[in-house]
Ligand binder design. Structure first.
Ligand code: C2E
Ligand code: CA
Ligand code: CA
Ligand code: CA
Length: 275
């Protein structure tokens, strides 16, 4: 089930021509950016509690735009999806991640984001696995992050794509948990290894008792299914304390590190190993 792209323009009025041209220009730019290696992985640390050691890095796409500087995914991921470039983009990131991981400590894992649309594509899992094997990353070091809405489009298809990843030893994380509509049956049936609590819950801490109760409930749910929990969006020390008290096993957020280019990630590991 493909979504309608931006191709259904019916009327042209004065001024819209330039908007259409701008759109075409962006499409051309993105296509060439991918070929020119301007799309690169940034890495954001995921730390375990209580010692706050880095255990994984989440791969977040950035566009090193020659004129506009470093662009965030909000500016190009949707376009890549519309243009059917999201899978080539993911594969390109994996190739670069493989190179970067060669100098990381062996026990550090990576998390890779997969778009909802990609889960409706049986060939996706195969091509990701092929790329992973080709570049020689141990698949057990890879976690696949997906959102709840990606499961719902075609549940059976999503299920079979996910089982392919799992068979190769990759783990699965349910991203932005609490913002979508997944049912408990899906949670259990798809056997996620991890839930990532959306940053909107964490944001209201420590002030909001309600948010804390929600986190507590999610925590209980996760542990009864045997899933680990990672909390997103941790920006303040008081938040870490509350979250840790709930038994959340790992966290991610500006407090521990912003997304950074590979050179900075490397430097971070060398510092961590030195202590
Ligand atoms: P996400 O997967 O939920 O990634 C977390 C986002 O939260 C990142 O934004 C990250 O920079 C931001 N973040 C992390 N810690 C904090 C914090 O403490 N405070 C605040 N305010 N924000 C924090 P980013 O890099 O802009 O990515 C946005 C979204 O774009 C991601 O959300 C993900 O859905 C998507 N995305 C990024 N890279 C890829 C990719 O390679 N493929 C696909 N399909 N989607 C991607
Ligand atoms: Ca994510
Ligand atoms: Ca997230
Ligand atoms: Ca998100």
């Amino acid at each position: 089930a493909k979504k309608q792209g931006s191709g259904n323009i019916c009327f042209f009025e004065a001024g819209m021509e330039t908007a259409g041209e701008a759109q075409n220009q962006r499409r051309r730019e993105l296509r060439s950016a991918l070929k020119q290696g301007e799309i690169v992985p940034y890495y954001q640390p995921i730390v375990q509690f209580p010692d706050r050691r880095i255990v994984a890095m989440e791969v977040l796409a950035r566009w090193n735009h020659p004129k506009r500087g470093v662009l965030e995914p909000g500016e190009f991921i949707e376009l890549a999806e519309d243009m059917n470039l999201i899978t080539p983009l993911t594969l390109e990131l994996i190739r670069q991640v493989a190179v970067d991981m060669r100098t990381w400590p062996q026990d550090i894992r990576v998390s890779i984001n997969i778009s909802p649309r990609q889960l409706q594509d049986a060939a996706l899992a195969e091509s990701v696995i092929e790329a992973v094997e080709q570049v020689g990353i141990d698949p057990t070091r890879i976690e696949i992050e997906l959102t709840e809405d990606s499961i719902l489009d075609d549940y059976e298809m999503a299920k079979s794509v996910l089982s392919i990843f799992r068979m190769k030893g990759m783990t699965l994380a349910l991203d932005d948990f609490g913002t979508g509509y997944s049912s408990l049956r899906h949670l259990q049936e798809l056997r996620f290894d991890r839930i990532k609590i959306d940053r909107s819950f964490v944001k209201k801490l420590p002030a909001s008792g309600e948010s804390l109760k929600l986190i507590e409930a999610i925590m209980r749910l996760a542990s009864s299914f045997g899933m680990a929990i990672t909390s997103e969006g941790i920006e303040r020390h008081e938040q870490v304390m509350l979250i840790e008290q709930q038994g959340v096993s790992s966290g991610q957020g500006f407090l521990f590190g912003r997304p950074m280019p590979s050179g900075a990630a490397n430097a971070l590991f060398h510092r961590q190993m030195a202590v």
